[in-house]
Design a protein around this ligand. Structure first.
Ligand code: NDP
Length: 442
């Protein structure tokens, strides 16, 4: 038998054909690729100083639903491109790459892969965040508010820039996944071009030591989101001469979320995105475009429609954020420590079951309360970001609705993954920990 045949056989054992579709298969993949970018534009273009969406924006479509075909001609689409915003966005990505390359950082190992290897990842995301905060402060002092007003004024152009980059990057990683002996994601090797392109074919696309998924996962989306939020606060200050308490809460809460994610950078190595999902359009567009430009809807809304909050509302919102954060952080940290070292003194007292597959599953502590209690904490925090926007408009609440759908769907996907991995042991675990996300409810 020739060595290339041996190689081919071992590759197909390592990378079995994916036989089951998620997200409604190729049709769902096509819809995601076309509808989600459109939705990002709709959510942002239709938020103006007159409301979110303003009545005059939606009224014509009630009367003549097909009139959007006339309004959104190819020329309209071309007008969404903004050269200055494109250059600014590319500079931002280059900055992130250079900070990854030159800022010092510890190289840590990821989880064991199917081929028995462990990849190394350079952790300097938090330092990048601190440097970015310093750059923001220095820009404000030396240049003034201009660059931050640029973000507000060129917002739609920035969305277009990030969308172009996310399509370009996902086409590159898809084509590159056919080169050499790549480790593919178990869910991304169906052979259907649209589906594999969307869900992600290769597990860990890399250029040398540079892990594309890892860098895209935490930095452009989260740091970009923080810059947008800060820009919105500066914009409001320029407009009103003050920052309202509502906007202050949204900006502080969301930056807190970003700081937390980057401070706990190593935790991302045990998340589904890194361990299981391939890197394709979904993660690329999700992190480059969807996250920064839909998660900042509340901050932008509050610049367009400033509101005041009663002390009672502020109290409720702060409680929601605090409770959500404690659940989210404690649960994620507990699992992360346990996965890295079950004998760590911080988790040694917790009860667990040992599976035939070798791993242990926690059945006490946070993971004994519900099988994804971490999602519940995250969702409570989502409410604390939306409620400061009051109840005049619906679009600021897009995030809590979308996030509930995402988390329920993600939980179902993870259950399927764990059921396939742990088989009867997973049923045993579900017998002990009955609730999926919210104890007593779901
Ligand atoms: P989780 O951190 O919930 O990890 C799920 C994995 O944990 C399972 O696949 C399994 O992996 C392991 N596991 C499950 N049960 C147990 C147990 N009892 N004991 C030990 N290990 C267990 O997955 P996610 O990546 O979905 O979420 C991470 C965080 O990111 C969450 O807080 C979520 O809310 C947040 N998130 C936020 C998003 C946003 O847009 N803001 C988007 C997505 C997630 P194995 O056994 O194979 O190790």
């Amino acid at each position: 038998m020739s060595s290339s045949k041996v190689n081919h056989t071992s590759q197909s054992i390592l990378n079995p054909k994916t036989t089951e579709y998620e997200f409604l298969g190729p049709i769902g993949a096509f819809l995601m690729i076309t509808v989600l970018p459109t939705l990002v534009y709709v959510l942002n273009v239709s938020c103006t100083f007159d409301g979110c969406p303003p009545y005059y924006y939606i009224e014509p479509y009630f009367k003549a639903p097909l009139s959007f075909l006339y309004h959104y001609s190819p020329w309209y689409l071309v007008s969404l491109f903004d050269a200055a915003a494109f250059v600014a966005y590319i500079c931002f990505l280059i900055y992130l790459y250079l900070t990854w390359l030159y800022l010092p950082g510890e190289w840590v190992e990821g989880t064991v892969l199917r081929n028995g290897k462990r990849l190394k990842y350079k952790q300097n995301g938090f330092d990048t965040l601190l440097l970015t905060l310093f750059v923001i402060a220095a820009t404000l002092i030396v240049i003034g508010t201009g660059p931050f007003l640029f973000v507000f004024d060129h917002y739609i152009g920035l969305i277009t820039a990030s969308t172009i980059v996310s399509f370009a990057a996902s086409i590159y990683v898809y084509l590159d996944s056919f080169e050499g002996d790549k480790l593919l994601a178990l869910g991304g090797n169906t052979g259907n071009v649209i589906y594999d392109f969307m869900i992600g074919r290769e597990l860990n696309p890399r250029i040398g030591d540079f892990d594309i998924k890892y860098l895209v996962e935490l930095r452009p989306g989260l740091i970009g989101w923080m810059i947008i939020d800060v820009s919105m606060a500066i914009c409001q200050y320029v407009e009103l001469g003050e920052i309202t308490f509502a906007l202050f809460l949204v900006v502080v809460f969301q930056i807190w979320y970003v700081v937390d994610a980057l401070y706990m950078e190593s935790s991302v190595l045990t998340t589904i995105d890194i361990t299981t999902d391939g890197f394709g359009w979904m993660l690329c567009f999700g992190n480059l475009t969807w996250l920064p430009f839909t998660y900042s809807i509340q901050a932008r809304y509050l610049v367009l429609s400033p509101i005041g909050l009663s002390w009672f509302s502020i109290f409720i919102i702060m409680i929601l954020k605090a409770v959500g954060y404690v659940i989210f952080r404690e649960a994620n940290t507990e699992k992360n420590i346990f996965r890295n070292d079950p004998n760590d003194p911080r988790v040694r007292h917790l009860k667990y079951i040992t599976t035939k597959q070798g791993s242990r599953l926690l059945v006490s502590g946070w993971w004994g309360v519900a099988r994804h209690i971490n999602y519940f904490g995250d969702w409570l925090m989502a409410w604390s970001w939306c409620l400061p926007c009051g109840f005049d408009d619906i679009f600021p609440y897009f995030y809590v609705v979308y996030f509930a759908v995402l988390l329920v769907h993600r939980e179902i996907r993870d259950e399927t993954k764990c059921k396939n991995k742990y088989k009867k042991d997973w049923d045993r675990y579900c017998e002990i920990v009955k609730w999926r996300i919210i104890p007593g409810v779901y």
